[in-house]
Design a protein around this ligand. Structure first.
Ligand code: NAD
Length: 544
């Protein structure tokens, strides 16, 4: 391809967050989305492996189903074979030379166009796929699949421009420059089921920086991942830049992680899987061409803490939304709350009353606040925690689970008197929140307790009107959360506004959708040019 490198220092179109549509009764957007949902329920795409733009159907198929209606098949997908994985790595190598040499403006324009397609003609498709395939209600689908994905693409373009414009100073007689090269090799993106936008971003962010990517989507988010790939191709992403490998995660990872050309891993998922990936990479040191960049955002055990001065209503609404939206399947979901004894009777009464009002069911019915959890494995795991709570704690609301038509788990509030109880320590990834009531006089001790209770440090929130208490919480919980909220729920980070990620066992905290993340996908080359080089090797101090 002839390299088109026009002169000029480019500005980008304004970088704005995609406005969230309401889908309220009577709106045109609601009617359009409902029509697309009805149509998509009749479709059953046959999803291939995609290597170098070529669709490969191995014949070894898996059926994807709707979590809220598990007898309903949404798609059939073909599993990649080991040869497909090898072919994808080769295809990436072939595409790398050209793609990594495109100007950043050419690469950014692909993603800016994808964002506009997503906000426009693709919006209903990507939202409907996320609703049917991952059981998100309309609002949860909209903020994820349409808005957050468009935000990732637009803000990453702006952050890339900012990064590329960071240049060193130059002394007299020379010109120093930084060139932000793509990594040599391929980036392996492994994505979770719970956010369609994370799929787009884990594959898209390294690609925007000039890398080629092997994308292994989650089996339980295959429908939305497939549409995301098609969207990127429609936006002009050349074949082979992102190769699409649905299939056995262990086999695919084994081939990708053991390949000498592995240049980076972009992972979001559970801590255990990430630790395994890191171990494999660590065990291979010496056989890679470069040191692979390892970026992983993993689990959480996110807390909401009320001070005696907290606004009870605001705290309770925050807990309900934070704990139960998307069935508690956000890495940021609130799953432990700490409440002082003085306000606990009011908090308990409000939470149980609100839980009684929560509607749950098929996400096609827009009146529902909750859908189903993702699959039977998740259902059984969460049911195990409910059984534990029945035996060892007090269930104040919910506690039931029913898998006859879909994987439905009731929104559940548990109370324990044991601050080390496992439901306060372990990630459940379901609609279960556990309360610990503390003595009002023990505010300082409670802050220390929250900090040491779980290995994670993803999100946390404190509610207080008392400024001194807030200042103490800020300091005591400094390392307890990578995203810390004051008088707000612990979920709902927006790209460009609250860069997202946590420390400790929650990941490498490279903040998805920020410049920090993009720096991991480039390898800088420093260039020094001297205009009038010295012509004498001797220095002045040698004179005499
Ligand atoms: P998961 O770890 O089960 O799966 C994530 C991905 O890893 C999937 O593509 C899966 O197929 C793949 N995988 C599974 N086993 C593997 C193996 N042995 N080797 C290589 N890959 C493997 O996670 P999930 O259930 O899809 O997502 C939920 C988890 O993700 C939760 O722990 C949640 O906290 C975390 N999460 C974190 C963030 C964050 O920003 N910190 C965001 C979203 C989700």
């Amino acid at each position: 391809m002839p390299t088109f490198s026009p002169s000029g220092v480019r500005q980008l179109p304004p970088t704005l967050n995609e406005p969230i549509r309401s889908y309220a009764p009577g709106t045109l957007e609601r009617a359009a989305l409902q029509a697309r949902l009805a149509q998509m329920e009749q479709e059953r795409p046959d999803i291939p492996v995609v290597v170098g733009g070529r669709e490969i159907r191995s014949g070894a198929t898996v059926q994807a189903t709707s979590p809220h209606k598990h007898q309903h098949v949404t798609a059939t997908w073909h599993q990649a074979t080991p040869d497909d994985v090898r072919a994808a790595i080769e295809s990436g190598r072939a595409s790398w030379r050209e793609w990594s040499e495109w100007t950043w403006e050419q690469r950014a324009s692909v993603f800016l166009k994808a964002a506009d397609l997503l906000a426009g003609p693709w919006r209903d498709t990507i939202n409907a796929a996320t609703m049917l395939g991952q059981s998100k209600n309309v609002y949860q689908a909209e903020i994820d699949a349409a808005c957050e994905m468009a935000d990732f693409f637009r803000f990453n373009a702006a952050f890339a421009r900012e990064l590329y414009s960071e240049q060193p100073v130059s002394g007299p007689g020379m010109w120093n420059q930084s060139e932000y090269r793509a990594l040599e090799g391929f980036v392996y993106a492994i994505t979770p089921f719970n956010f369609t936008a994370i799929g787009g971003n884990l594959a898209g962010a390294p690609a925007m920086m000039g890398n080629v990517v092997l994308w292994k989507p989650a089996a339980t988010a295959m429908l939305s991942a497939w549409y995301t790939l098609q969207l990127l191709h429609e936006a002009g992403l050349p074949p082979g830049v992102i190769n699409f490998l649905p299939g056995d995660p262990v086999m695919i990872s084994d081939l990708a992680l053991n390949h000498p050309e592995l240049a980076g891993v972009h992972f979001t998922g559970s801590t255990g899987v990430f630790n395994q990936i890191w171990k494999t990479v660590g065990g291979n040191m010496g056989s890679y061409r470069s040191y692979p960049r390892i970026v992983g955002e993993t689990g959480g055990k996110d807390f909401m803490l009320a001070h005696p001065s907290a606004d009870v209503e605001a705290f309770c609404v925050g807990v309900i939304r934070g704990a139960f939206e998307y069935q508690g399947q956000k890495c940021s979901a609130c799953s432990r709350i700490y409440v002082p004894a003085s306000i606990w009777p009011q908090v308990k009464a409000r939470l149980t009353a609100m839980i009684a009002e929560i509607t749950m069911g098929d996400v096609n019915d827009f009146r529902n606040f909750m859908g189903a959890v993702i699959d039977e494995r998740a259902f059984d795991r969460i049911a195990g925690y409910l059984a534990d709570a029945k035996a060892n704690a007090t269930i104040l609301a919910g506690g039931g689970a029913d898998k006859r038509t879909g994987w439905f788990v009731q929104p559940t509030l548990v109370e324990t008197k044991d601050p080390g109880y496992r439901l306060l320590c372990e990630e459940i990834f379901g609609p279960v929140v556990t309360a610990y009531v503390y003595d009002d006089a023990k505010w300082t001790e409670t802050l220390a307790l929250i900090d040491r209770t779980s290995p994670y440090a993803l999100t946390g929130a404190v509610f207080a009107q008392d400024r001194t208490a807030l200042a103490e919480a800020h300091a005591a919980l400094r390392h307890s959360a990578g995203n810390f909220y004051v008088n707000d729920k612990c979920t709902g980070a927006v790209v460009g506004q609250q860069p997202f990620g946590g420390g400790r066992a929650s990941g490498t905290n490279d903040k998805a959708g920020s410049k920090l993340n993009l720096t991991r996908w480039v390898s800088a080359r420093t260039i020094k040019e001297t205009f009038v080089p010295p012509r004498d090797f001797r220095y002045p101090h040698m004179a005499g």
